[in-house]
Design a binder for this molecule. Structure first.
Ligand code: XMP
Length: 479
């Protein structure tokens, strides 16, 4: 047994000669899966205190991607995927509509439920009759009909369904409207463009978008019998990638699920599989059809797998071992868990990962699910491992799983994660921008214009406890 497992704090990267003049010169572009490219190599974890629609939107806007967790019903999860897909796009394919005979009260309720400021009025054959906005119904009696309050079709500016971004911008400027329904030659509603979406599109030039200009999003599934049943509505909702997300991913159940997904949905669907911590794990999952492999057994901040099961591989060694196999199999790897700073992002990528998956660092943000609580005068949010006692309990009661245990206390014996408070830290985009700034700095110290080049230039050096101490501020009193 001479193999030594190392993790991020055991090493540093040796600086290289660099011709880079500005950190703006470097690119952080990378592959999340074989086909999905991202501007920013960061993925938010599929955990119920990290990623739902709001986080996934923030991640995609900044150039990363979020994985909607699966600890809910499939309907709830598909709704989350749809919410991301609707968040901003050139055209909304199926805008919310209402009939002309509905009442103001009904229209108001629909706008509130769907969180929109306007509805398109159509007849039964989907022909455009008008637009109804909140302003139109402001002082109207609740029983008044939509037809009496709407802006009628003859006064509505419309465009054809294949309009480009530039043409839409022109129309918004010229007519000063906020909503542009798209109609075919027979005046049937085919979509909707909103000025707010165009503004957002220009605000986030590096956002991760699909071919239709919609934000990208991934969604997690498991390996049980129902994996394909869960996958289907998620793909229909527009998920750009599925993430088969289990603690021990190097199993026959995993390879069977991967093959089943491939048989059912073909090669078009991107499927990330994990977690593994060995080269053989990567080889087996890549051979079974994985579009990316997730690496990490036990490094996460709220994981107790290593102390419960005695199993795991320190994360830097796991990434290095897996990266070699991944390169040979031509499949990207996602380094999942244990990232505490931008330095860890740099080290994980330099060791061969294409992206990093993050839980804790994003858990205390505005976009993570859950409320801010005040503890000892400090603002905090709850973050919990998905194999923690309460997470497992909640999962079974919400998702109506079959394997409900007789006695809830059984969970305390099975738990491989903990619940914790993390400091509230504002917006997820600030956290991401800090990580990216650190990554750019790392790239420039390694004389690398890209992550690929950094991986080629990377030489790690092991350090001692004294080296680690020296790396942090020392012998001063922090202000
Ligand atoms: P960080 O360090 O970013 O890690 O908080 C997030 C990753 O932790 C994994 N995870 C768990 N691992 N028990 C575990 O052993 C758990 O209960 C648990 N919950 C999450 C997961 O891979 C996530 O992305």
């Amino acid at each position: 047994m001479d193999k030594v497992g190392l993790t991020f704090d055991d090493v540093l990267l040796v600086p290289c000669r660099s011709g880079i003049r500005s950190r703006r010169e470097v690119s952080t572009r990378t592959f999340f899966t074989k086909k999905i490219e991202l501007e920013v190599p960061v993925v938010s974890a599929a955990m119920d205190t990290v990623t739902e629609a709001e986080m996934a939107v923030a991640m995609a806007r900044e150039g990363g991607i979020g994985v909607i967790h699966r600890f809910n019903t499939v309907e709830q999860q598909a709704e989350q995927v749809k919410a991301v897909k609707r968040a901003e796009n050139i055209a909304i394919d199926e805008p919310y509509t209402i009939g002309p005979d509905a009442t103001v009260a009904e229209a108001e309720e629909l706008m509130r439920l769907k969180n929109v400021s306007g509805l398109i009025v159509v007849n039964q054959s989907k022909k455009l009759l008008g637009i109804l906005t909140r302003r139109d119904i402001l002082f109207r009696p609740r029983e008044a009909r939509v037809a009496e309050c709407m802006t009628p079709a003859e006064r509505v500016v419309t465009a054809r369904p294949d309009i480009t971004l530039e043409e839409a911008r022109e129309i918004f400027m010229r007519y000063k409207v906020e909503k542009l329904p798209l109609v075919d030659s027979e005046n049937r509603l085919k979509g909707l463009v909103t000025s707010a979406d165009i503004v957002k599109k220009l605000m986030y030039p590096h956002a991760s978008r699909d071919g239709k200009g919609r934000l990208m999003v991934a969604a997690a599934i498991g390996v049980k019998e129902d994996a394909v049943d869960r996958a289907e509505p998620l793909i229909a909702a527009g998920a750009d990638a599925l993430v088969i997300d289990v603690a021990h991913g190097h199993t026959e159940m995993m390879t069977q699920t991967l093959r089943k997904i491939r048989r059912s949905f073909g090669d078009d669907v991107e499927v990330v599989a994990g977690n593994v911590a060995t080269a053989e794990g990567v080889e087996d999952l890549a051979a079974a059809g994985a579009s990316a492999v997730k690496v990490g057994v036990g490094p996460g901040s709220v994981c107790t797998t290593r102390i419960v099961a005695g199993v795991g591989v320190p994360q830097l060694t796991a990434i290095m071992d897996c990266a070699e196999a991944a390169q040979a199999m031509d499949v990207p790897i996602v380094a999942d868990g244990g990232i505490r700073s931008s330095a860890d992002v740099v080290k994980a990528l330099a060791a061969g990962a294409s992206t990093v998956m993050i839980g804790r660092l994003l858990a205390g943000t505005d976009e993570s699910p859950g409320a801010v609580v005040v503890r000892n005068g400090r603002k905090m949010k709850i973050y919990r491992g998905m194999a923690s006692f309460y997470a497992m309990l909640a999962k079974n009661s919400r998702a109506g799983e079959e394997d409900i245990l007789e006695d809830a206390s059984d969970y305390s014996y099975m738990a491989e994660g903990v619940e914790a408070y993390v400091p509230y830290k504002g917006s997820a985009s600030d956290v991401l921008r800090q990580l990216v700034a650190g990554l750019r700095s790392g790239l420039s110290y390694l004389g690398a214009h890209s992550i690929k080049e950094m991986q080629q230039n990377a030489a790690f050096i092991r350090m001692t406890e004294a080296g680690l101490k020296e790396s942090h501020p020392h012998d001063v009193e922090p202000v």
